[in-house]
Design a protein around this ligand. Structure first.
Ligand code: KIV
Length: 273
């Protein structure tokens, strides 16, 4: 066990993240969608695991996150929760599970907590969802916000390019962040916005910001696990840092296995009964 793991409290909580911001300690967050990888990521010492609706892309092969349902997210989230001992586990509420009415949003968040066992939920959007956030928080469910490039709105944006590059959108994002904090969010993800704006938001808010493509000044960073492990070489936006070339490694391993089977080298005597 690493020294870092020994130093961690039994469970990372929303209060832990708040203290990390106050102490200037950066927050590490990665996505996970299944038991096996969640267990490995947790044991490596990650602070927060996000069961992102990016599962739609990397697990289900969809082009966008829009098709994801609450049942899909509950399935992935309950698998992740079983593998995690220390990290805070947050799950995305999927598209159309929280936008129609506050009552429906609260029911969706409640199902995620009761059926999957996550520790909080993430919602995309600013002032338009502030009342919904308040309602969920008032029911005792921690809420993480998400501003900037919010993938559930991709058909409104039209592209996955950097958001809030002009003054008007930047000011709107800053005001949205203030409103989410006031509504009770414990943290906010800032996706694909200029470094300077992310710096400003992080400075002004007392809750932590977690950046993805938002520069180094956020209080924490998040990446999609499959991206940082190098599982899809074709997907290469500049904000991703690859820590492994797992696509190549898996390809090599599978080719070796095929060769062994074809050459009758597997199984050998020790691998047989
Ligand atoms: O769904 C997801 O993985 C996310 C992260 C990119 C923040 O929302």
């Amino acid at each position: 066990m690493s020294q870092r793991q020994n130093e961690r409290p039994a469970r990372v909580t929303t209060q832990t993240l708040q203290k990390m911001k106050q102490d200037g300690e950066k927050i590490s967050m990665l996505t996970a969608y299944d038991y096996t990888l969640a267990r490995i990521v947790d044991q490596a010492g990650i602070d927060v695991i996000l069961v992102g609706d990016s599962a739609s892309n990397v697990m289900a092969g969809n082009e966008t996150t829009v098709p994801m349902t609450l049942d899909h997210m509950i399935y992935h989230s309950s698998s992740v929760v079983k593998g995690v001992e220390k990290a805070l586990v947050i799950a995305d509420l999927p598209f159309m599970s929280y936008q129609v009415t506050g009552t429906e949003a609260l029911k969706s968040a409640g199902r995620m907590m009761k059926e999957a066992g996550v520790h909080g939920v993430k919602l995309e959007g600013g002032r338009t969802i502030a009342d919904t956030v308040r309602r969920i928080v008032n029911a005792g469910i921690p809420v993480m916000g998400h501003l900037g490039l919010t993938p559930q709105s991709i058909y409104q944006f039209g592209t996955y390019q950097v958001r809030a590059t002009d003054d008007e959108e930047a000011e709107k994002l800053l005001e949205d962040a203030r409103k989410l904090e006031k509504a009770g969010c414990f943290a906010i993800v800032l996706e694909k916005i200029p470094t300077e704006l992310a710096h400003k938001v992080s400075d002004e808010l007392s809750i932590p910001t977690i950046g993805i493509g938002a520069g180094p000044d956020c209080d924490g960073q998040v990446l999609v696990l499959h991206d940082m492990l190098g599982l899809d070489k074709k997907f290469q936006p500049r904000f991703i840092r690859r820590y492994l070339d797992l696509e190549q490694e898996i390809n090599d391993a599978v080719q070796n296995y095929i060769d062994d089977v074809k050459n009758k080298a597997f199984p050998n005597e020790n691998e047989s009964y």
